[in-house]
Each structure stands twice: as structure tokens, then as C-alpha cells.
Design a binder for this molecule. Structure first.
Ligand SMILES: [Zn+2]
Ligand SMILES: [Zn+2]
Length: 92
């Protein structure tokens, strides 16, 4: 029985931020990086390290991203039709 040694919880192949699986075959394996914080030892998945636009693949500034259905994209990456709909949702 060890005492007094701070032990982080090992989350295995999971991302310590979102707890999604990063193991081989999960689609997150290639870009995962080792990560730990005060509580957990594990991995950081690519999504938690950076937001990339699902359409143009460029990084998105935190306050410029929008959730569009299940995509995370730049406002300017919306099509004109989608943009109209987006504006409506912002200001119904
Ligand atoms: Zn994650
Ligand atoms: Zn974009």
C-alpha cells in the first residue's frame, strides 16, 4: 500500500479532456499526443488540441467558430443559403 504519493488516474487510451477513446482504430490514434493534468494521465485527442474548420481545415479562432449541425466551421465557410439560415437562428 503506497501512501503520500500523488497518483494520477490513468485513463488508458482515452483523451483526458473529452474522455473519448483515442486507441488504434478510433480515428484519433494518429494525431493523439500524451497528456496529463492534475488528475489524469492519458492522451489529448486532436479535437481537444485545436479546432479546425471541418470545411477548409484551417484553425478556427475560439470566438469565431460556429457549430453548424455537427460541423465546427468558420462563419465564412457557410454557403450563402446556410448563412441566411444561420442569421435567422441567431436572431429569430
Ligand atoms: Zn478530446
Ligand atoms: Zn473554414
Amino acid at each position: 500500500m503506497k501512501r503520500g504519493i500523488p497518483m494520477n488516474k490513468d485513463v488508458g487510451d482515452k483523451c483526458i479532456f473529452c474522455f473519448r477513446d483515442t486507441s488504434f482504430g478510433s480515428g484519433r490514434f494518429v494525431n493523439r499526443i500524451p497528456a496529463s493534468d492534475d488528475e489524469y494521465d492519458g492522451w489529448a485527442c486532436p479535437e481537444c488540441m485545436a479546432y479546425e474548420c471541418d470545411r477548409c481545415n484551417k484553425p478556427i479562432d475560439l470566438d469565431c467558430d460556429i457549430d453548424w449541425e455537427d460541423e465546427k466551421i468558420h462563419e465564412e465557410c457557410l454557403t450563402p443559403e446556410e448563412y441566411i439560415q444561420y442569421e435567422k437562428e441567431l436572431d429569430p
